[in-house]
Design a protein around this ligand. Structure first.
Ligand code: PLP
Length: 366
């Protein structure tokens, strides 16, 4: 069997036991299946530290972007205005979604290696009372930087605006007190830190604000309120449910509990990340981010007078069992290595040995 481990930010390497769940073709209308959906929704609320009377979880078919687009197209009304904060490609993607939907929006564009400033957000909101929503990314997978959603959240709440967070690559891997921060809609997906397989996104919603959005949706398939209304009754999905993904996700949640929940998982990721950066520095690679590096994925710079391409390095590493990721920052040449999923320190050490061997081979050619 073809096999390598993914050092990418999702889809990521899952356990064999999670994969095995998908060998069963589950029926969607029976009680067992609906109970699984309801159980997942309940447990997501726990992971987000929110109370059931104030928040509710909606599962939405499709990848993470479908979840972001579902929120944007369903809750931001024609009379609303959204401030989109960007410091990477995923923030920019929110702008593309807003463009397609013809939403009224303004942006605060930060440099890709800096976190957005809460003071700046405060200033923007003070100067524009017509802004009703603020939207930002938590872990900007473009660079690996971890944005301060708490500091920005304080400002947003203080100014009485609504708050949307794309926590796609951090939810479950970084502890987030969603209710404490006051996030109204937080989005993540099945194939990131909870370590499931691709197929759906999930949105944890402020119940009151979700209900207030009824009838606003511009899309049928991505209608967040309608999806919730159907699902909340008894766990039935509108339209075909990604059954295999749902079964795998439930198993992934069980395994996350067994590992020790978010505290244990975030510790493992953090330690993987620290070891990765340490070893890569030993090999002569500097990181693109110098402060607020997140624990999920790291962007590395190529050393000076480097005599190989990304593809050469990628193929060499892949042949030896690991897949790394190309760079995504726009101004400089970089590559990325993720450390989430079923990845342990041993994997990082193995990668280090492979990279060392590769670089030694390249040195000999000089
Ligand atoms: C993965 C990811 C997404 C969603 O990407 P999809 O390819 O649609 O799953 C959105 N935002 C961030 C920050 C991500 O890491």
């Amino acid at each position: 069997m073809k096999n390598y481990k993914l050092l990418t930010p999702g889809p990521l390497t899952t356990t064999d036991t999670v994969k095995r769940e998908m060998l069963f073709d589950h029926c969607t209308w029976d009680e067992d299946y609906k109970i699984i959906t309801q159980d997942i929704r309940k447990r997501l609320l726990k992971l987000a530290h929110v109370s059931e009377d104030k928040y509710t979880a909606v599962l939405m078919q499709g990848s993470g972007t479908f979840g972001v687009e579902s929120v944007f197209s369903s809750v931001i009304g024609d009379n609303d205005k959204v401030l989109i904060i960007t410091n990477g490609a995923y923030g920019k993607r929110m702008c593309s979604i807003a463009d397609r939907l013809n939403l009224n929006y303004v942006t605060y564009d930060e440099e890709y290696d800096k976190i957005p400033s809460a003071e700046k957000v405060n200033e923007i909101l003070e100067n524009d009372k017509s802004i009703t929503y603020v939207s930002m990314v938590h872990s900007e997978t473009t660079s690996g930087i971890l944005n301060d959603i708490e500091a920005v959240g304080k400002v947003v709440k203080n100014m009485g605006r609504n708050y949307i967070v794309d926590a796609m690559s951090s939810f479950g891997g970084v502890d987030i007190d969603v209710e404490g921060i006051g996030i109204d809609f937080i989005i993540s997906s099945a194939n990131k830190c909870i370590q499931g397989v691709p197929g759906f996104s999930f949105i944890i919603c402020n119940r009151e604000k979700l209900i207030a959005s009824k009838g606003k949706a511009r899309s049928l398939a991505l209608d967040l309120y309608d999806q919730w209304e159907t699902m909340d009754k008894d766990g039935k999905w509108r339209f075909t449910s990604p059954t295999h993904t749902v079964l795998a996700f439930k198993k992934a949640m069980d395994e996350m509990d067994e590992e020790g929940g978010i505290p244990a998982r975030s510790k493992r990721y953090r330690e993987n990340n620290e070891l990765l950066i340490k070893r890569m520095k030993e090999l002569g690679f500097d990181t693109y981010i110098h402060s607020n590096q997140g624990p999920i994925i790291t962007t590395f710079l190529y050393p000076e007078n480097c005599n190989y391409t990304f593809n050469e390095m990628y193929e060499y590493i892949k042949d030896r069992g690991y897949a790394i990721y190309p760079g995504k920052v726009t101004d400089i040449d970089t590559f990325r290595i993720g450390n989430i999923g079923e990845i342990y320190k041993e994997d990082i050490e193995k990668l280090y040995e492979i990279m060392k061997e590769f670089l030694n081979g390249k040195e000999e050619l000089r």
